[in-house]
Design a protein around this ligand. Structure first.
Ligand code: GTP
Length: 313
């Protein structure tokens, strides 16, 4: 279903008007059947959302003059823009009988006329179902890389992302740091308060970590109660500071349970990339720093200083 939400620079339109079944008063779309057929078959060639929208944007320009197109889907946190935004725009909400599929906005420097809007609406009708498949595919891909309990990246995502980031950091001589974090005495939480409480703690730990890092950083679930945090562009000092912030934030969270309230602590090992590192070696150095933090009494951050010694020698 295609619903026109707004269109600027022309007579006001009824909000949320459904335009799949055109009334007699509205202009009918005037699009060559060959164009619709071509568009429809091209849209069926891909499940990649970006590519699908790119095809649609390029094809729609054969039928209507548009300078820009923006697709947004707040449920899935998706935003894709094409072209240069103009001052006149029209926006459509796309839905199927079950799903909200997001909004499409077109713009250009001159007003949209009624027959052009009818054409746009006719063309969007061919997009709705291929778009639904692409959005579901994007969702499935994202789920395949996420830990279902905490929403942190899983090991597959970690391997993919960290190996790429290590290569990029080396190529551009940018710092990159890795934190390995383990919850202290987590077994006691499960044993005393139950597994459900343990799960709540794990979810809260990821929230605390995510609140302390930048959008370009990432948190992965490395094992049961162990997390790896990848800090892009962070040197050793910066990584230590962020690790302390995370450690504090985890310690500050209080959990309530009928058996009483509880708080937890974490131990963190930090390592910063140096030239001879591989993804595996930087993780091993962060892990051995974590091991030292555990053995030195827990609830602390230990930075692996090997790279600093090497750099100064
Ligand atoms: N609730 C819950 N517990 C988990 C999950 N994954 C692993 N665990 C538990 O995490 C606990 C880890 O225990 P240990 O490896 O002994 O570590 P610890 O008790 O945190 O002790 P230290 O790390 O030495 O401070 C085990 O009891 C696991 O069952 C999970 O997804 N949910």
């Amino acid at each position: 279903m295609v619903t026109r939400l707004q269109s600027s620079g022309r007579a006001a339109l009824t909000e949320d008007k459904q335009v799949t079944s055109f009334s007699d008063l509205m202009p009918k779309p005037d699009i060559k059947p060959e164009l619709l057929l071509k568009l429809s078959s091209r849209l069926q060639t891909t499940l990649e959302l970006e590519l699908l929208l790119d095809i649609f944007f390029n094809e729609i320009k054969h039928a209507v003059l548009v300078d820009s197109m923006c697709y947004s889907n707040s449920n899935q946190n998706l935003l894709n823009s094409y072209g240069k935004v103009g001052i006149h725009s029209c926006t459509y909400r796309l839905t199927t009988h079950k799903d909200y599929m997001g909004e499409l906005t077109f713009s250009r420097s001159t007003r949209f006329r009624e027959h052009e809007l009818a054409n746009i609406e006719g063309l969007i009708s061919t997009l709705v179902y291929p778009l639904r498949n692409a959005v579901h595919y994007t969702e499935a891909l994202a789920a395949a890389f996420r830990d279902p309990l905490t929403g942190a990246g899983n090991r597959i995502a970690l391997d993919k992302t960290l190996s790429r980031e290590v290569e990029l950091a080396k190529r551009h001589s940018q710092p990159l740091s890795v934190l390995m974090l383990d919850i202290d005495h987590f077994k006691n939480v499960n044993d005393t308060y139950g597994h459900a409480m343990g799960d709540e703690v794990l979810k809260q730990v990821v929230k605390s970590i995510t609140a302390c890092i930048r959008q370009t950083d990432m948190c992965f679930r490395y094992g049961g109660e162990e997390f790896l945090i990848m800090l892009a562009s962070a040197d050793s000092e910066g990584a230590h500071r962020i690790a302390e912030r995370i450690r504090y934030s985890i310690e500050a969270a209080v959990f309530t349970h009928k058996k009483g309230s509880l708080s937890i602590t974490s131990s963190i090992g930090s390592a910063t990339l140096f030239a001879s590192d591989t993804m595996r070696s930087i993780c091993e150095r962060a892990d051995s720093a974590l091991y030292k933090a555990k053995n030195s009494g827990r609830n602390q951050v230990i930075t692996d200083h090997e790279e600093i010694l090497l750099a100064t020698n």
